[in-house]
Write a protein of this length. Structure first.
Length: 177
């Protein structure tokens, strides 16, 4: 089960480029599906690792990096298109690089905190809503996409606050060691 969890992690890392290409190529439905697939694979590899009695150290180091790759693609696209402010995306990506460096210095790969896990879940939900294709509606003239985009935009900000506060938590925990 550990090997399958590690394979899912590697597969998730490979989704970042096709996701970005789908966005750039005007294929929002495909991009949305790839992001959803990535989020589901993140959940599945965690379940498999726990059933195996814990993941591998390699998987523990690779899993957060694959999350960063997958989440960075739509964040960069949204910053490029004006869907999110560039400064906010820059701040979030700077946090991710900082914590990735911290994790690399930890012998166990630096397990995720509850706040870090909540941040990742909230980011995935926010991005799924922000990337909801405009032509996916419920009919009857309901403007579903703009409403979902708005909810995603508002969810992005608590995810950014969670990202910054969890980074502070990781760094303060290191100072106590």
């Amino acid at each position: 089960m550990r090997r399958l969890a590690d394979l899912l992690t590697v597969a998730r890392a490979l989704l970042g480029l096709p996701l970005l290409l789908a966005l750039a190529g005007g294929r929002p439905g495909l991009a949305w599906g790839l992001l959803l697939l990535g989020g589901l694979s993140d959940w599945a590899d965690g379940v498999l690792a726990r059933r195996a009695g814990g993941g591998s150290v390699w998987g523990a180091r690779l899993d957060p990096l694959t999350d960063k790759i997958l989440i960075s693609a739509p964040l960069l696209w949204l910053a490029h298109t004006g869907g999110l402010p560039v400064w906010a995306v820059w701040l979030l990506l700077a946090r991710e690089l900082l914590i990735s460096g911290w994790r690399a210095s930890q012998g166990s790969g630096g397990p995720a905190s509850a706040a870090g896990k909540a941040k990742t879940i909230l980011q995935f939900i926010s991005l799924l809503l922000l990337l909801w294709p405009d032509r996916w509606g419920l009919g009857s003239g309901l403007a579903l996409a703009p409403r979902l985009h708005g909810i995603g935009w508002w969810l992005f900000w608590p995810s950014l606050l969670l990202a910054l506060s969890s980074a502070l938590g990781y760094l303060l925990a290191t100072d106590r060691d």
